[in-house]
Design a protein around this ligand. Structure first.
Ligand code: 5GP
Length: 218
């Protein structure tokens, strides 16, 4: 079922910006995959990065892969809405991607880390809705980050520390969704509930109310 058809349509179609953050181990990718199936009116912006391409990744699909020089030029020319350095590499949201997706009347999803999320909040205010995904507990978070057992204790400890740092920022977000183990689809349904609710916030329904009072001349 196309869930969007059951949403109250905004009269002046203006997409909402959903910022989704989650530390590695939160299962963000899987949850967003389910969400896209439930709600096709989402456009996921492809970010730019200077990190190396991983096996199976394609330029322009997972990321636009850039050199440091290219990325710094894009920052200078105002081509990125926000950017950060993560693990020694630049990551940034492309203005062109955001404009393209919103221009198509879609809701925009930015899958970015906490620093970038804060920048988007400052830039867009209430137009952006910030959602953090987390594992159900610290123990489960650690278990997921321990991975296949091929990494050293040190590497795992560093990953866990970073995840904790990110989770500490959760109060800055509007919503915190828990991704229970093997229940990514349930978590995606929670995000869908957020999307539905955000679409009928009074501020976004102003035109409906306005139409009741055509003589007000406002
Ligand atoms: P990865 O290298 O594993 O794909 O991503 C590392 C981190 O960078 C993840 O937390 C991801 O959400 C974040 N990230 C990806 N794209 C962007 C972006 O455009 N801006 C910011 N601020 N973070 C991003």
């Amino acid at each position: 079922m196309d869930e969007f058809e059951t949403l109250t349509p905004a009269k002046k179609k203006e997409g909402i910006v959903f910022v989704i953050s989650g530390p590695s181990g939160s299962g963000k990718g899987t949850v967003i995959g389910h969400l896209k199936e439930m709600y096709p009116n989402l456009g996921l912006a492809v970010s730019a990065t200077t990190r190396d391409m991983r096996p199976g990744e394609r330029d322009g699909v997972e990321y636009f892969f850039k050199t440091r020089e290219e990325f710094e030029r894009m920052i200078r020319d105002g081509e990125v809405l926000e950017h950060t350095v993560y693990n020694g590499n630049y990551y940034g949201t492309l203005r062109s991607e955001a404009e393209r997706i919103l221009g198509e009347g879609l809701d925009l999803v930015l899958e970015i880390e906490v620093d970038g999320a804060g920048q988007i909040r400052r830039l867009m205010g209430d137009r952006a809705v910030l959602i953090m995904l987390i594992a159900p507990s610290g123990e489960e978070q650690k278990r997921r980050l321990a991975g296949r057992g091929t990494d050293s204790e040190e590497v795992i400890a560093a990953r866990v520390a970073r995840a904790y740092e990110e989770i500490r920022q959760a109060p800055l977000y509007d919503y915190v969704a828990v991704n229970e183990t093997d229940k990514a689809e349930e978590c995606a349904k929670d995000l869908m509930a957020v999307i539905r609710a955000e679409h009928i916030r009074s501020g976004r329904m102003a035109e409906y109310i306005h139409d009741y009072f055509p003589d007000d001349g406002i």
